[in-house]
Design a protein around this ligand. Sequence first.
Ligand SMILES: Nc1ncnc2c1ncn2[C@@H]1O[C@H](COP(=O)(O)OP(=O)(O)OP(=O)(O)O)[C@@H](O)[C@H]1O
Length: 264
Amino acid sequence: MTDTAETPKMGDALSVSNLTLSYGGVKALAGVSVVVPSGEIIGLIGPNGSGKSSLINVISGAYRGPYQGEVCINGTDVHDMPAHRRASVGMSRIFQGIRLFDTLTVEQNILLGGHVHYATGYVASILRTPRARLEMAEQRERARAVMALFGDRLLPRADQQVLSLSYANRRRVEISRALMTAPELLLLDEPMAGMNPHETEELTEQLRALNRAQKISMLLVEHKMSVIGDLCANVYVLSSGTVIAHGPVGMIQQDEKVVEAFLG
Ligand SMILES: Nc1ncnc2c1ncn2[C@@H]1O[C@H](COP(=O)(O)OP(=O)(O)OP(=O)(O)O)[C@@H](O)[C@H]1O
């Protein structure tokens, strides 16, 4: 048996209640409720066009159109909060397609992720005041610590332009940039897309380590069921904009509605 909703509790990293949104005449989400308890990795799966990216876009603030329902991140209703301020409630995301500045270096791209936390103002940073220099040194140290999470994949390439990197390394740069704000909730939209089995396995382990060591909660959209099975205690299944099942991966795979949604 699977249920399609979970009651939000105090301390949840994310609670989405009864979310409905349409693009013109197309209803993309119809009464969707999803909870990510603090410290857990929760999976989100569904056939193409079922509403997964729309849900992530509402949570992250990338979608700014009207919607009904409530989205709370770490207990704060973020309805009126623009995307660039959502880092202040502990949220960060990576997009389905890689979005990096190709001609900047690995380190420069990663440092951009921390800019929302800079205390130094624009003028002080242009004038390179002692405070601005100190803050930049701290940010560079943090960027190195974040790169080190990926072993020797990024650190030796810190000064290389991103356009010279492999696909998997570009993905690692994107995740590193998202980690610069020290998020408590990470939204991951198909992080393994385009990776080979070895790279997929490696990133799976790295996400697990981030979750365990840094207690980062995650909402993971992923087509590779082996990844969902490896990382997620529970999974939500979307079909045509509604949650048709929710529960442990093993149970979901036996659910007739889910089998039908994927095959139908
Ligand atoms: N900007 C838009 N304008 C109009 N319709 C849209 C827009 N974005 C998404 N849709 C429609 O909303 C529905 C949900 O799309 P969404 O991209 O959220 O699904 P998805 O599950 O992420 O799909 P995929 O797995 O292919 O990325 C689909 O019918 C899609 O065609």
